[in-house]
Design a protein around this ligand. Structure first.
Ligand code: IVH
Length: 589
């Protein structure tokens, strides 16, 4: 797979245009402008209309066979329709939509797994996974933009893409045939802003000579075709000074370096800080204090430093060396073999780790203790009124009232919140105690399968991995957590405080299997349920929830204002659409 020459200015495009004019000796030609999708490239081979093989770009010569994973991507046809050539290759881009990317990173944050920097890395990481079932859940998307084969019955690229659309491939609608440079620039200007509304990432425009005959005459350089060029959108970036590097310690002890910058305006916001991720990134930038650095937002969520202007570096500038001891508690940092992150191992003595664990415990999705936010936790901790989550349950109103600025009313609210938290269901208690890799979903799975803390605490690795969706690393983390005496002591204290340590089976009786694994998509607003409420009811009665309509969907429950696109899709796929009352009747029967 070849790559394209990159350009960054209108002048470069004019040069390309003039080279084509010259190469074709003045003959008229058409250009096709397309979006440059920012994903990971793929080559799909179809034989007799059947997807035979899917291979990644790799180093351009040799890639990875990812056929089984690609087969799970819904918009990639397994079987073609129409009058397709007997054998050909289709190239394109595999993408992770922004929404899926953001959701995935949210889940990874909850599970304390490293975040993907952008949808491109997420898509390429997903394609390399060993388990196609997990790939299927990641809802990857694709656009195809190039067909190759011997004796293809087409004369131009545009014609080819039109035909490919007919065979069932997903071809972008953002394609335009142009005859003049002005038309090319208009396309670029339009999409430079409009692309922000697309569901997937794009990073430029690709311009191709349309006619295959002309493409052939223009030929190739050693690296790329002479008949095509990529124009990259200017990533929004700013130049500013690095004041210092500080380090943040998370609740699990991971140490993250942060660049503190002279404030600078970037795509509508003022940037003062940028993440440096880990020691390797600092090293590869060869960062020095007072360096003038380029900050970019690009496809990433958090701004990052992409380059250093070394010409502006003073002779005496001091190199940034990653710290060796924890900035909060002074403990020597550790680095796990094969991982990029440094950890502070002082779990029980390092303030941000202790406070971070308490904040996680009291959080909305965990014990949901009202009034007990980070500032109050900080106060309670610095006054030595709490040192671990178990201490919350021995806090007295007078202890809290003692704190400066905190009135009796707020104190009472906190005490009441803590008292009420004993009613929080077991699955959330399990999430709240903060075992690494045990996010909300995993906690639910563990609780509903093993039913109480003692069975979970004594389960072997084999018993844990036997549970659906629980892999080696989660099982290992759970197993080791409960083998630490200090953790068992904590559980004992929480038990004594009255926290729920088992699934409430009487609540379970409220449930049924009446929906027998049927897959539901809910859409719109309901009269008798909140959105989460209807989903919970479906799950409690044995149904499954899916976020998008596919041929696997059994029912769409339609409330007020269901989107027309969903309706159309359900109808096209022959999925049953039912209203709220029909749904209620369904469960009551
Ligand atoms: S055409 C021989 N069209 O950008 C030309 N590429 O260096 C084949 N890309 O590796 C590429 N959108 O992964 C083409 N509409 C598009 C594209 C596109 C994204 C990627 C592709 C390629 C890189 C160019």
């Amino acid at each position: 797979m070849l790559s394209l020459g990159n350009t960054y200015s209108e002048a470069d495009i004019t040069d390309f245009y003039n080279r084509v004019v010259k190469g074709l000796e003045g003959e008229a030609f058409e250009l096709v402008c397309e979006l440059k999708y920012d994903g990971t490239s793929i080559s799909l081979t179809y034989i007799d209309g059947v997807l035979e093989r899917a291979v990644t770009r790799g180093d351009g010569k040799k890639g990875d066979d990812v056929t089984n994973n690609v087969r799970t991507i819904r918009c990639i046809p397994l079987k073609l329709q129409g009058d397709y050539p007997a054998e050909f290759e289709m190239r394109g881009e595999i993408l992770m939509p922004w929404k899926v990317f953001e959701q995935l990173n949210k889940e990874r944050e909850e599970q304390e797994e490293p975040l993907f920097a952008n949808p491109r890395n997420a898509a390429s990481g997903t394609l390399k996974m060993q388990n196609p079932a997990v790939v299927a859940k990641r809802r990857l998307d694709s656009y195809l933009y190039y067909m190759l084969g011997e004796d293809l019955p087409f004369e131009s690229h545009y014609e080819c893409l039109e035909a490919a659309k007919g065979y069932g491939f997903k071809i972008s609608d953002a394609i335009r045939k142009c005859r003049t440079l002005k038309e090319v620039f208009d396309f670029i200007n339009y999409w430079d802003t409009e692309r922000k509304n697309l569901p997937v990432a794009t990073d430029g425009i690709v311009i191709k000579v349309n006619s295959f005959d002309q493409q052939q005459r223009l030929g190739y350089t050693a690296k790329s075709p002479r008949w095509a060029i990529a124009y990259k959108f200017q990533a929004e970036r700013a130049l500013t000074r690095l004041k210092e590097v500080t380090y943040q310690v998370g609740r699990t002890g991971v140490v993250t370096p942060v660049a503190n910058l002279d404030p600078v305006q970037l795509s509508g916001t003022v940037v003062k800080r940028a993440t440096l991720h880990n020691a390797d990134i600092i090293e590869s930038l060869d960062l020095h204090i007072d360096d003038m650095v380029y900050v970019e937002k690009g496809g990433e969520i958090i701004p990052k430093i992409t380059a250093v202007d070394k010409n502006q570096r003073s002779l005496f500038a001091q190199k940034v060396n990653f710290i060796e001891v924890c900035p909060e508690c002074g403990t020597p940092l550790e680095r796990v073999e094969g991982e990029a992150a440094h950890y502070c191992p002082n779990e029980d003595g390092c303030p941000p780790q202790i406070m971070g664990k308490i904040e996680h415990f009291t959080g909305r999705k965990a014990m949901n203790i009202d009034g007990l936010g980070p500032e109050i936790i900080d106060l309670l901790y610095s006054h030595k009124l709490i040192g671990s989550i178990a201490d919350l349950y021995t806090l007295k109103l007078q202890d809290i009232a003692m704190l400066s600025g905190l009135g009796e009313k707020s104190g009472r609210k906190i005490v009441q919140g803590i008292r009420d938290s004993v009613n929080v269901p077991f699955e959330r208690v399990l999430f709240a105690i903060g075992i690494r890799y045990v996010g909300e979903t995993v906690a639910k799975k563990l609780a509903n399968t093993l039913l109480n803390i003692d069975t979970i605490a004594t389960a072997s690795i084999e018993e844990l991995t036997a549970i659906d969706e629980i892999g080696e690393s989660i099982a290992g983390s759970v197993y080791h957590y409960f083998r630490e005496p200090k953790h068992m002591e904590l559980i004992q204290k929480l038990k004594e405080a009255g926290l729920k340590m088992e699934v409430d089976l009487s609540k379970k009786e409220n449930s049924s299997d009446i929906l027998g694994g049927k897959v539901f998509v809910v859409s719109g607003v309901f009269e008798n349920f909140s959105r989460d409420g209807i989903k919970e009811t479906i799950e409690r009665n044995g149904g499954k929830i899916s976020s998008s309509i596919s041929s696997k969907t059994d029912y769409v429950v339609a409330g007020e204002n269901m989107g027309p696109a969903k309706k159309e899709k359900a109808e096209a796929l022959g999925v049953k659409i039912i209203d709220e009352q029909t749904f209620i009747n369904l469960i009551n029967n």
